[in-house]
Design a protein around this ligand. Structure first.
Ligand code: NAD
Length: 491
């Protein structure tokens, strides 16, 4: 079967790259599309186009309300094209269709939210302590933004970068992940239809060590917005020494869900299942460490194992399917490797732990639960990014908190209890950028998202995130009619 061909989008034109690579359908392991592989020269052209668009032409003269209108239009085009985008994301990443479609409809809300904020950026006026002076600040767009995303949720992770950047008046070079770039390369057509001037949005893909490195070290880049793993983040921070760009990092997690004996166990179990098995566990906020109070451990495990065994694994395009494959063969090998090491270190396999029968061709893995005695096992320490839940028992609040905070990561956390005082104590003491109480995996354009520690710096979404795409200019105006006196004559 002929491969579907995707192009890159640079300076308002769709073009073939000089090199290409094949993308595999994770459900079959078979190549289905040919992707453009941007090299250093493509990156340079894209960044230069973004720089030219930022400094000359139509974009810098558009007022903020007009930028907002373009973003509203983009959101409408996205919602209208949700089926195509969802099909592409499912084919290229294995994420189930009923999730990709719902998520794309909701991502349009992120573009709308920031569209509405575009003309609400304000400077300040100061009651300044000098005679005859007016002083105020302007919020100006920071410049060319390099946006880099991983494979697992490219439409969402690019929206939380593109929408505030464009609303603020920046221009963008977006590098889609080399794994599953199809929906973002298609999204470029919507950007084009919406009418953004050439060079304002450029969408490319390519390998991290060539395309990603060239982009993050390019001297014309002023802002880097990165989502991915901590090791790549460290390389990007080193690359940014070249351009001194402002960097935000949204990294991985090993998020704990803490379930107390007073919790509604059935409700908690549903949240835990969604927290670890949705997106086949390939979610930065996956609730991959379950901490259970010892006297409800047995009961909760029984509920969870029953639910895990009932999950319908299958073709991700089928709307009945509840869990699809992992995105890549590399990820499948990684999940099995962590699992084998954890079992060798003493973790007890309760369910799953292998590829399901009948799915040998694709990159499928069973919903897996491990019971762990201590935290010194690989599955409790390392981010797996797969459908693997590690369960630990605790006796009391102090032990639960110590276990929850015993991680180099600090992205999300969940607390299930009916005790409001305890909920607040945990909200205060958990070292994590997000605490969900009696719920899990809630997100909204209005609420900031980001982590502590090795989970990164900076926050995405929420009104304040638009400020990270601006810089402040301070303005002083002398209102006096008197000439400035000779500075060398003392009065
Ligand atoms: P990754 O860090 O390997 O790659 C992410 C992106 O960085 C890709 O586009 C890649 O091409 C690019 N890249 C790689 N090397 C680069 C370099 N030297 N310079 C510039 N760019 C480079 O991550 P991944 O394996 O694709 O994704 C999984 C990771 O992303 C996990 O750790 C996961 O937790 C994290 N993640 C975090 C969030 C969040 O919001 N906190 C969301 C989703 C995923």
């Amino acid at each position: 079967m002929a491969l579907e061909v995707f192009q890159q989008y640079i300076n308002g034109a769709f073009e073939d790259a000089s090199e290409t690579f094949e993308s595999l359908d994770p459900a079959t392991g078979v190549a289905w599309a040919q992707m453009p592989m941007a090299n250093e020269s493509d990156v340079d052209r894209a960044v230069t186009a973004a720089h030219v668009a930022f400094t000359t032409g139509v974009w810098p003269t558009l007022n903020a309300s007009a930028r907002g209108k373009l973003l509203y239009k983009l959101a409408d085009l996205m919602a209208a094209d949700a089926d195509v985008l969802a099909e592409l994301e499912t084919t290229d990443t294995g994420k189930i269709r009923r999730e990709t479609r719902a998520v794309i409809m909701y991502i349009a809300e992120y573009y709308r939210y920031f569209a509405g904020l575009a003309d609400k950026l304000q400077g300040a006026h100061f009651a300044v302590d000098k005679p005859n002076m007016e002083a105020y600040t302007r919020r100006e767009p920071i410049g060319v933004v390099a946006a880099i995303v991983p494979w697992n949720s490219q439409m969402f992770l690019s929206a939380v970068k593109l929408a505030p950047a464009l609303a603020a008046g920046c221009t963008v070079v977006l590098k889609a992940s080399e794994d599953g770039p199809a929906p973002l390369l298609h999204f470029a057509k919507l950007v084009d239809h919406a009418g953004f001037p050439p060079g304002v949005v450029n969408i490319i893909t390519g390998m991290g060590q060539s395309c990603g490195k060239a982009l993050t070290s390019h001297p014309l880049v002023s802002r880097i917005a990165f989502t991915g793993g901590p090791a790549t983040a460290k390389e990007i921070v080193a690359n940014s020494a070249n351009n001194l760009a402002v960097v935000s990092l949204e990294l991985g997690g090993k998020s704990p869900i803490i379930v107390f004996e007073d919790a509604d166990l059935e409700s908690a179990a549903n949240a835990i299942v969604s927290g670890i098995f949705a997106a086949t566990g390939q979610s930065c906020v996956a609730g991959s460490r379950l901490l259970v109070q010892e006297n409800v451990h047995k009961q909760l495990m029984e509920i969870l194992v029953a639910k895990a065994k009932r999950i319908k694994i299958g073709d991700p395009q089928n709307l009945e399917t509840e869990m699809g494959p992992l995105a890549t063969k590399r990820q499948l090998t990684h999940v099995q490797d962590v699992l084998d090491r954890s079992v060798a270190q003493g973790a007890k396999l309760i369910t799953g732990g292998k590829s399901p029968a009948g799915f040998a061709a694709g990159f499928y893995y069973e919903p897996t639960i491990l019971d762990c005695e201590g935290s010194l096992v690989a599955c409790v320490q390392e981010e797996i990014f797969g459908p693997v839940l590690s369960v630990l028992k605790f006796r009391d609040d102090a032990e639960a908190l110590a276990m929850a905070n015993d991680s180099e990561y600090g992205l999300a956390s969940g607390v299930f209890t009916k005790d409001i005082g305890r909920a607040h104590r945990f909200v205060r003491s958990l070292r994590a950028g997000i605490v969900w109480v009696n719920t899990y995996r809630m997100i909204s354009p209005m609420v900031p998202f980001g982590g502590y520690g090795q989970s990164g710096t900076g926050r995405e979404a929420g009104a304040e995130s638009i400020l990270d795409y601006t810089r402040t200019k301070s303005v002083w105006i002398n209102t006096s009619e008197e000439p400035i006196s000779d500075p060398f004559i003392m009065r």
